[in-house]
Design a protein around this ligand. Structure first.
Ligand code: NAG
Ligand code: NAG
Ligand code: NAG
Ligand code: NAG
Length: 463
């Protein structure tokens, strides 16, 4: 069961050496490939995996040895491109450093983690189709509570989808993780997916973690278009240091998550002794949904600074760590605290007064969802009729089909977007950087503009 907690009161709420980079990425990929399934687009990989990994591990070891001699190994592996924001920038402040491994002249790319648990398999497929764009990267995960048959069905879906097979940008974590939704194993799973997305070697600019009960309200073309106008080091993360009631109920209790060391799922338990609020860093809390920049995810995963690691260890005994870990890291780091945008990019409808879980969205919430200008909403019941309305009115997506975009190059024989009788033009990938933004891009730009207004942006950072 997914746990979400809301305040019962009110919450404020590239590369100098392309050859070595290639070798490093490939070697890591082969090392990681045991737990990850990708569509069999490169069948030779499996056949040659042993000789290839032997061949690649040697240069990797040499490389690591060479890098370890350098005082700043991360500088060698992650050169940053400093440049000013694009001229069409929505962003007023020029001081913010723009750094990203992907080319600034082309639209940004996103990396998604979509995860679910028992019974979420089919909904996860639908969310994946609604979010799909060939320029992005995707990881899907069904946790260990889901039966193996459900995971097998998802694997078959991912491996057999003609487009995923052709592009090779959808992966599945087949060695499922055990997740306790209020425990640190959730954060560990998110970091696991981020690490795979980094080592995979595909370029991306933002990491967005979603569940099977989330759904987009804009097309990927809309999202990529709006995001192409902002600095690529912004982190969309809803946060506050006003932890209020959480100090007593979250920061002081010490919990243990058996998911870390047991092979069967069990709920977290409490240690009788309580701990004091940290003084070495300041606690922040907020929504567990976020869009994190590539430089910040690199910082959390590579760990050249000890802060992300120390805070991760602290959060191992913290109830509902997904609502605090990244928030506390980003706000306690001098390098990243000025990159936060205080919003989770979601439309979530809490009861009034808020209860522990948000309410399920239905057709009656449709207009509020649209006017929120948010690119994502949650949470939805599997195949609720409102999702059909989102598909037909906002995404122009036919049942079981991919959301059309500027990259679709096939001949269009379907008469209209909801007619799935003809062939799907999106089964042929054309120009991936060609975007066709629609009304969703305008909505999202309105939201981003308001978030970056002078009175909303700086004054709400890490406060
Ligand atoms: C990531 O997404 C999942 C949805 O499955 C959510 O429950 C979790 O709390 C999110 N956040 C983090 C920081 O892991
Ligand atoms: C972040 O912003 C503050 C206040 O505007 C400024 O003093 C500080 O130098 C900035 N830090 C970085 C790393 O740019
Ligand atoms: C789309 O095409 C289908 C099949 O031809 C038809 O039944 C449906 O009414 C059409 N929808 C619109 C909005 O024109
Ligand atoms: C792809 O689309 C972009 C944006 O529309 C355009 O600038 C570029 O020239 C196109 N590339 C090709 C090969 O057509």
């Amino acid at each position: 069961m997914r746990q979400e907690h809301k305040n019962p009161q009110k919450e404020n709420n590239k590369q100098t050496k392309p050859v070595s980079h290639f070798t490093l990425a490939m070697a890591m990929k082969s090392l990681l490939s045991r737990g990850i399934s990708s569509p069999p687009s490169r069948p030779f990989e499996r056949k040659w995996i042993l000789p290839v990994s032997l061949l690649l591990t040697l240069p990797l070891l040499l490389l690591l040895f060479f890098y370890s001699l350098s005082p700043f190994p991360f500088l060698l592996s992650f050169p940053t491109f400093a440049s000013s924001p694009p001229s069409s920038s929505l962003f007023i402040e020029s001081k913010l450093r723009v750094s990203s491994p992907s080319s600034l002249s082309s639209p940004p790319r996103l990396a998604y983690l979509i995860s679910g648990s028992i019974g979420d398999g089919l909904m996860l497929q639908r969310t994946l189709l609604a979010l799909y764009h060939p320029g992005n990267s995707y990881i899907v995960h069904l946790d260990r509570e889901a039966p193996q048959e459900e995971r097998d069905a998802l694997k078959v879906f991912v491996e057999n989808h003609p487009l995923f097979e052709q592009v090779g940008n959808v992966k599945m974590i087949t060695k499922a993780n055990l997740i306790t939704y209020r425990g640190p194993t959730m954060v560990a799973n998110t970091l696991h997916a981020a690490a795979i997305l980094i080592s995979d070697g595909r370029e991306w600019d933002w990491f967005i973690n979603l569940s099977a009960s989330d759904y987009p309200l804009v097309t990927q073309d809309d999202l990529l278009y709006a995001f192409s106008k902002i600095p690529r080091d912004l982190n969309f993360i809803d946060h506050t240091s006003n932890i209020g009631w959480k100090e007593f109920q979250r920061a002081k209790p010490v919990i243990v998550d058996p998911g870390l060391y047991m092979s069967k799922k069990a709920d977290v338990f409490w240690i009788p002794q309580r701990r004091s609020v940290p003084t070495a860093f300041k606690l922040f809390t907020g929504s567990a949904w976020m869009a994190l920049s590539r430089p910040f995810v690199d910082y959390c995963i590579w760990g050249w600074d000890n802060l992300p690691r120390t805070i991760l260890m602290y959060y191992a005994n913290f109830l509902s760590s997904p609502e605090g870990y990244f928030h506390t890291v980003v706000c306690n780091s001098k390098e990243f605290q000025n990159t936060t945008v205080n919003h989770d990019l979601h439309f979530i409808s809490w009861d009034n007064p808020p209860k522990q879980h948000p309410h399920h969205l239905t057709v009656s919430d449709f207009s509020r969802m649209v006017t929120s200008n948010a690119p994502f909403a949650r949470k939805f019941r599997s195949n609720d009729p409102v999702l059909d309305q989102v598909d037909s009115d906002l995404l122009l997506r036919g049942p079981g089909m991919i959301v059309p975009g500027g990259w679709c190059a096939g001949e269009k024989t379907a008469k209209n977007a909801t007619d799935s009788s003809g062939s799907d033009p999106c089964l042929v990938v054309g120009n991936v950087t060609h975007l066709q933004p629609g009304p969703g891009a305008e909505r999202l730009e309105r939201l981003i503009k308001s978030l970056l207004l002078e009175e909303n942006f700086r004054p709400r950072q890490c406060k």
